[in-house]
Design a protein around this ligand. Sequence first.
Ligand SMILES: [Zn+2]
Length: 333
Amino acid sequence: MQEKLNKLEKEIQRSLAEASDAATLEAVRIKYLGRKGAINMLFKEIAQMSIEEKKTCGEAINKLKNDTVSELNLRLERFKDKSKGRFELLLPGKMPPVGHFHPLSKVFNEIVMFFKSHGFTVETGPEIEYDWYNFGALNMAKDHPARDMFSSFFIKEDLLLRSHTSPVQIRVMENQKPPVKIICPGRCYRYDAFDASHSPVFHQVEALYVDKGVSLGELKWLLSEFVKYIFGPKTKYQLRPSFFPFTEPSGELAISCMVCGGEGCSVCSNSGWLELLGCGMVHPNVLKNVKISPKKYSGYALGMGVERVAMVKYIIDDIRVFYNNDIRFLEQF
Ligand SMILES: [Zn+2]
């Protein structure tokens, strides 16, 4: 019997080694492990033997059976793996689509990075604001005509969706003595029609620096650095007078048109310049409202729409494309 077993074991090993695919392996399985296979036949043979012999031979046959089963399964797995992971050197690889930031997030992050690198810290505040923080403290009393510049969403008589991020500046100055050097990034709301240049929800970043002896010259230097950082070192800019109730004097920064390079085209209405942001020296009344002495301290403030900066930077003529989630647009960045 032992001799028979040894012979069979060698035969099985050879057959397994020769099997080159799953189908051949299956034939080997049927031949040796099937109901009428060689191993089962051996079990039948030992039926006539004595109990002692049955025990020894039975154990040996069982061992052969188990070894064959595990060896067969192992080889079967290997065939499966091979067919799964076939590797063709000459086939071009598959490039999975790569995600990236939304153009607004990109510009937003760039602006925030610029100011952080100049020592500003980031402050945020509520999007639902009191009239006082959104207007009153910013030198715009209830009957101030400048309120018309901000078509605001009022929730109650005294409560509104903030129409700029300036209320954050007031909240910070209320709680912190100068030096105050902050930026306030965030969402703002205005009752505007959703058209090519307006959106009822948009993003702003405002910067504020209040300390002893802060001058307009410092603001001008910061703006020139900002233009270089966001639009490149060769971009020309212009600081011209403007009006805001919360700054005095007030200014407006424009950069040379990215399309025509200042020659004049339809994008810049033939002026050669594109408006970018508003700025100025903090109005003494604003400082008084937060109990900071305008005799001792001065400061500058500036604010920009992130959408506006992105539109000027990437020459986009319709603000709505930022919110449409059109992959053909988004993939260009
Ligand atoms: Zn132009």
